[in-house]
Ligand binder design. Structure first.
Ligand code: 6A9
Length: 785
């Protein structure tokens, strides 16, 4: 069968090692070109094009500008609330920022248009409304800036600002215009009609054009403040620093457009590419935003409407906000990455001490700069972790794939393109100077022997179910799901990459099963996360969760084995789908081995619990720490309804002396010596990603006949309610979703506005209640009295 040319282009794009933005964008990706893709900023827009136009917003109370100018999202600035209330990646949406310190609420509305292959238009509306405690004469300075990256090296690039004055005697600035020219974006204009105060006068507006080094572009805040300080220096008489830039619009790589606004204000930034059939206008922003917000609500109800007992308007509003912030955390990153390849030899490690002590590890090495790479990815937290994390992204995409399957696949494609020749993908993606600046030095270097849970396989598995129709899709129109050939083509393109990563994982994280001398064990299926240090295992994602101490090369990690099971199961599913039967059969073999070894190597008979294992004096010994690890075989779906150890896992989950709390499943049992000790990151708190996986498996078991079906159903109902209740209540109380939740009080803790995997609560609410019994009604009333 002949593939239509758009499909061929699409498959070609998928297979090409560089990113789509460098090639011709497929029609489906044109709507992903522009976005608020600098999620580390309260508002920062850029296209998915390296070395191009970046822009951003800053504001603050005029007199306090030195101390309170807002730019980067920062928890210490004490915003009462901020984030998107409705946002769709392909359309745009609305964000509200309650800036207590500056006594003003800022609304940012972003809308975009794409016209086939043309570079597209966008509009940004900025509104300021003084808070009730603001002084009558509140003056706010608002700075919008536009900058052209790598301008020097680009002969065809241009960025030039002009003022547009009033007619006749009116010499006030009515608008600022910036001409844009860039090889990938074409020519375009940015039109900024200035805000008008309540007496109808145009607010004071200046444009300062600068020619600065690259680092000064993304650090626009300090560039702006430094410029004010510089001009203060020229002054002859003493006084406080200048608050307003000297007007000087011209040609340059950075344009600071500063307005001094009195009281309430509103203005638009309108970007129109010259190839577009119609320019972006203020009326267009109003109209399109309204349409976008409406269609967001409409689609949302189809895809994620909360089910009983959460079928209330309040829960719907909560769910929409949480999901909007997941989508709004999408960032585009480009730049080099630091990689230390000197420890790759660890693959071959067979005997001797733990690798940290090995000669190889002691070698002093300088990490190499690799890349540049680019990546479109959601981010766990705009304030604290505005960059890509491999296993977080799998969790992010679980809801996203139901909303916009093509977007999820585009993101997966981008991540898989980062794979090196061996099949490794760096766990943390810290691309470029801006991302590096937000990362503590000790976390920047990535090591190609270090893995991270392959959660993206869970997303691909969902996608196959959607293609097969066993999972219904209610989201955005999807090319892959509406055209069978396109769907098959994308799976065919992803398969070799997923397989390569799988093979890398099996090779690089392999454990020494043979040394454990278990007669009935499968000798191939045993794994150990590399890169362990005493008291921690960052590769696993569960950082400080207790493991064998001291670390030892004879360790076999239960979760690593389970993740191999997840990958093998997904690859088997794909192989059958694209009719690679031979491959499918070998994956089946691996899965059998994994399941055998779960019980042969990791099941501890005396205490009825699954554990990590390690050799002590050459003897197979268990390293048991009741907690998330113990329930891994369940949460990864490797324990069937009739598995003999299922009841023991359920006991552990439901036991308030162990993992059960009224707020969700906690990471560690209080009986453990390490419970709550040290940094207490994964040593008691409740994490929503893990709770989601548990809930999903309980639901599957609740629907499958078996000896514990009824029990699974009961625990499912209760756990689902507890988890939703926890995240929802904390959101009501604080205005934010959180990185983790306290197992005692249930309150949100650590990172505020953690809009990453905590957003899985959206999916948890959308799951069926499964409660019909009378007893359940009381429970519901308990919550909502
Ligand atoms: C520290 C400090 C401004 C830790 O959500 C991302 C990851 C998870 O993948 C992992 O499972 N978080 C979890 O245990 C946060 C990781 C932060 C590491 C860098 C930066 C902030 O400095």
């Amino acid at each position: 069968m002949q593939l239509p040319s758009t499909l061929l282009a699409l498959v070609f794009t998928l297979l090409s090692p560089t990113c789509a933005a460098d090639d011709v964008l497929s029609p489906n990706n044109a709507s992903l070109l522009w976005g608020p893709y600098r999620p580390n900023l309260y508002m920062g827009i850029r296209p998915r094009v390296p070395n191009s136009l970046i822009s951003g917003l800053m504001w603050g109370k005029l007199e306090d500008v030195e101390k309170k100018l807002r730019h980067n999202v920062d928890m210490s600035e004490g915003m009462a609330r901020y984030g998107w209330t409705a946002y769709d990646t392909r359309e745009g949406g609305r964000q509200i920022i309650e800036d207590v310190g500056n006594k003003i609420n800022i609304t940012t509305e972003f809308i975009k248009h794409s016209e086939g292959q043309s570079a597209g238009n966008w509009g940004l509306r900025i509104r300021g409304i003084p808070r009730p405690d603001a002084p009558e004469d509140l003056k706010t300075t608002v700075v919008f800036y536009a900058a052209m990256e790598a301008m020097k090296a680009c002969a065809d690039c241009k960025l030039e600002a002009r003022e547009q004055l009033g007619a006749g005697d009116d010499t006030s600035v009515h608008a600022v215009n910036i001409d844009v020219s860039h090889p990938k974006l074409g020519t375009a204009g940015i039109h900024i009609p200035v805000s008008v105060d309540k007496d109808g006068r145009h607010e004071g507006t200046v444009v300062k054009t600068l020619n600065v080094t690259e680092d000064k572009l993304w650090q626009a805040k300090s560039t702006f403040l430094d410029t004010l300080k510089e001009q203060t220096k020229d002054r002859t008489e003493a006084g406080p620093i200048d608050l307003v830039l000297r007007n000087a619009p011209s040609n340059g790589n950075l344009h600071l457009v500063q307005m001094i606004c009195h009281g309430e204000f509103q203005f638009d930034v309108l970007y129109s590419s010259h190839t577009a059939t119609r320019a972006m206008t203020s009326a267009g922003v109003t109209r399109d935003l309204e349409t976008a917000v409406k269609s967001f609500h409409k689609t949302f109800v189809h895809v994620f409407s909360p089910k009983a007992p959460f079928n209330t308007d309040q829960h719907l509003g909560f769910s929409e906000t949480v999901f909007s912030n997941l989508l709004g955390g999408l960032g585009y990153f480009v730049g080099t990455t630091k990689v230390d390849t000197s420890k790759k030899a660890i693959y071959a490690e067979t005997s001797g001490g733990f690798w940290e002590k090995s000669e190889d590890a002691k070698k002093h090495t300088t990490p190499e700069r690799k890349g540049p790479y680019e990546l479109l990815t959601h981010t766990p937290s705009r304030a604290m972790f505005p960059r890509g994390f491999l296993w977080d992204e799998g969790f992010h995409l679980l809801p996203v794939i139901e909303w916009d399957a093509d977007l999820a696949l585009e993101v997966i494609r981008g991540w898989l393109a980062l794979m090196d020749n061996d099949g490794w993908i760096a766990r943390e993606q810290i691309l470029g100077a801006e991302a590096e600046s937000a990362t503590p030095a000790e976390f920047i270097t990535q090591f190609p022997h270090i893995a991270n849970p392959p959660t993206m396989f869970l997303v691909v598995s969902k996608f196959i179910d959607m293609l097969k129709g066993t999972t219904k899709y209610y989201g955005h129109e999807s090319l892959y799901l509406s055209q069978a050939e396109a769907g098959k083509a994308v799976v065919n393109a992803l398969y070799p990459l997923l397989k390569k990563h799988y093979e890398w994982f099996r090779r690089s994280q392999s454990g020494d099963v043979e040394a454990h001398s278990i007669p009935y064990a499968n000798l191939n299926e045993g794994y150990r996360w590399r890169g362990r240090t005493p008291e921690s295992n960052y590769a696993s994602g569960l950082d400080d969760y207790p493991r064998a101490e001291p670390p030892d090369i004879s360790e076999l990690h239960l979760d690593a084995l389970c993740w191999v099971g997840v990958m093998a199961r997904t690859l088997e599913q794909i192989a059958f789908f694209i009719e690679y039967t031979h491959d499918a059969l070998s994956y089946q073999n691996h899965i059998r081995g994994v399941k055998t070894n779960l019980d042969a190597l990791h099941w501890e008979d005396k205490h009825n619990v699954y554990c990590d294992t390690v050799l002590r004096d050459d003897v197979h010994t268990y390293a048991c720490h009741k907690g998330y690890i113990s329930v891994f075989p369940l949460l990864t779906g490797l324990i069937g309804a009739d598995h003999p150890h299922l009841p023991a896992i359920l006991d552990l989950l439901r036991d308030p002396n162990h993992l059960w709390t009224d707020h969700g499943i906690r990471s560690l049992s209080p009986e453990n010596k390490k419970y709550g000790v040290g940094d207490n990151y994964w040593r008691s708190p409740i994490w929503i990603n893990i709770n989601y996986l548990i809930i999903e498996q309980l639901l599957a078991l609740a629907k499958t006949p078996g000896p514990t079906q009824q029990r699974c159903r009961e625990i499912y109902i209760e756990l689902r309610r507890n988890v939703v209740h926890t995240v929802f209540n904390s959101w009501l109380q604080t205005g934010f979703s959180w990185e983790q939740y306290d197992p005692v009080g249930g309150h949100g803790q650590r990172t505020q506005h953690f809009t990453g995997w905590t957003a899985l609560v959206v999916k948890i609410m959308a799951m069926p209640d499964m409660g019909t019994g009378e007893g359940m009604k009381d429970k519901i009333n308990e919550y909502y009295e």
